[in-house]
Design a protein. Structure first.
Length: 339
C-alpha cells in the first residue's frame, strides 16, 4: 500500500523525542513493504495564533502529498485536527485515525471541539485506540469500527540487561513535567521511601518548581536523546509513571522491555498490562500508595522476566502488522469522505 501519514507529532532536530512512537510505527510499516509518505510537523509549540497557522501548514502539506503521491489510504495521528485534515486533504481516499488520549479528552472540553471530533470521525474507515480505556471513552455518537492497538515497543532498542552493580533502589521517571504526570507526588513518595535515588528525565512547565522542592537523592537530566533513553532505563531498578491519567504509558512499555519493573497509575491504560509480577499499580492521588508501589516494585527481580514477556506481546513489529490489517481493510472497503 501507499500510505500517507498525517501527524503534528513527529521527531525533529529541535525536538528529537517528540512523537517518536509515531515515527517508529511509520518505520515498522515501511519494513513490512509499504510506502509511507509524510505530512508531518515536529514542533509542539501552541498558541492562539501559532496553532491555527501550524495546522494550516499541515493541511497544505497533506494536500500536496495527496496530489503528487496519490496514496491508497491515510493514517492520521489524533482525531482532531489531523483526522479532520485527512478528510479535507484527500476527499476520495479512505482514512484511519489513531487516537492517543488528549484528542478523546478534548472532545469533552467544549461544544466546538466535540463537534470537530464528530466531523473528523464521521467518515473515518476505522479508529485505532491505543488502549481499551481510551476506546471506551470515544464519543458515543461515533459510528465507526474501533480497534485497540497500542503504539508498540521496539524490542531491538529496548532490550533487557543485567542490573549494574551499586546501591539502590534506583528509580527513574521519564515524561513531561506537567500536572498530569504527577511528578510532585512522585517526589514526595520518594522522600517517604527514604533511600535510593530518583532520576527525572524530561522538561515542562513545572520543572523549576519541582527542582526547587526536590528531596535529596533526586537528579534532573532534562531531555535525553532517544538512543540514550534505553541506557538510562537499563541503569535503573524501577521506572515510575504515577500519572493522574495515562491513556497507555509508552515509557512503561519501554521499561518493561528492558526488564525493569514499573510503578504505574491505576487510571487509564496501564491496568491492561501491568501485573504484580512486573510492577505495581497505584492511586495517583495518594502519596503513600505511590510510595508503597515503589517499595513493592523495588522488591521485584532485575531483570524481570515477567516484564520482558509483557513487552514481547506488545512488540512494535506485531503491532505494525495489526495496524497494516486495519489500513488494508480501509482500502478494500473504500469508505470514503464525501466530495
Amino acid at each position: 500500500m501507499r500510505i500517507l501519514l498525517i501527524s503534528a507529532m513527529y521527531p525533529s532536530s529541535p525536538h528529537p523525542a517528540y512523537g517518536v512512537f509515531v515515527a517508529n510505527m511509520a518505520g515498522a510499516l515501511r519494513a513490512r513493504g509499504h510506502v509511507v509518505d509524510e505530512a508531518v510537523l515536529g514542533d509542539p509549540a501552541s498558541g492562539r495564533l501559532t496553532t491555527p497557522r501550524k495546522y494550516l501548514r499541515l493541511l497544505r502539506s497533506a494536500r500536496a502529498a495527496c496530489a503528487s503521491q496519490r496514496p491508497d489510504v491515510i493514517h492520521a495521528q489524533l482525531i482532531f485536527p489531523p483526522g479532520l485534515l485527512a478528510r479535507l486533504a484527500c476527499r476520495d481516499v479512505p482514512y484511519v485515525i489513531t487516537a492517543h488520549g488528549a484528542d478523546v479528552a478534548n472532545a469533552r472540553r467544549s461544544a466546538l471541539l466535540s463537534r470537530m471530533t464528530s466531523i473528523s470521525l464521521a467518515r473515518a474507515a476505522a479508529v485505532i485506540c491505543v488502549s481499551r480505556y481510551l476506546a471506551d471513552r470515544l464519543p458515543e455518537a461515533a459510528d465507526v469500527p474501533v480497534e485497540v492497538i497500542d503504539c508498540g515497543v521496539d524490542t531491538t532498542v529496548f532490550t533487557p540487561a543485567e542490573r549494574p552493580p551499586g546501591d539502590g533502589p534506583r528509580f527513574l521517571f521519564v515524561g513531561h513535567l506537567n500536572e498530569r504526570k504527577n511528578v510532585g507526588r512522585l517526589l514526595a513518595a520518594f522522600d517517604a521511601v527514604g533511600h535510593g535515588t530518583l532520576t527525572v528525565i524530561g522538561r515542562g512547565p513545572l520543572e523549576d518548581e519541582l527542582r526547587a522542592g526536590a528531596p535529596a537523592g533526586v537528579r534532573f537530566l532534562g531531555i535525553v536523546p532517544p538512543q540514550r533513553l534505553g541506557e538510562e532505563m537499563r541503569n535503573a531498578d524501577v521506572v515510575c509513571q504515577p500519572s493522574l491519567v495515562e491513556p497507555l504509558g509508552q515509557a512503561l512499555m519501554e521499561a518493561l522491555a528492558t526488564g525493569r519493573p514499573v510503578v504505574a497509575t491505576r487510571v487509564g491504560g496501564p491496568p491492561e498490562y501491568v501485573t504484580e509480577q512486573c510492577g505495581a499499580l497505584v492511586d495517583p492521588l495518594d502519596v503513600e500508595s505511590i510510595a508503597a508501589g515503589m517499595r513493592a516494585a523495588a522488591a521485584l527481580p532485575v531483570p524481570c522476566a515477567a516484564a520482558v514477556e509483557v513487552a514481547r506481546r506488545h512488540d512494535l513489529a506485531l503491532q505494525a502488522a495489526r495496524v497494516e490489517a486495519v489500513l488494508r481493510r480501509a482500502v478494500e472497503t473504500g469508505r470514503r469522505s464525501p466530495r
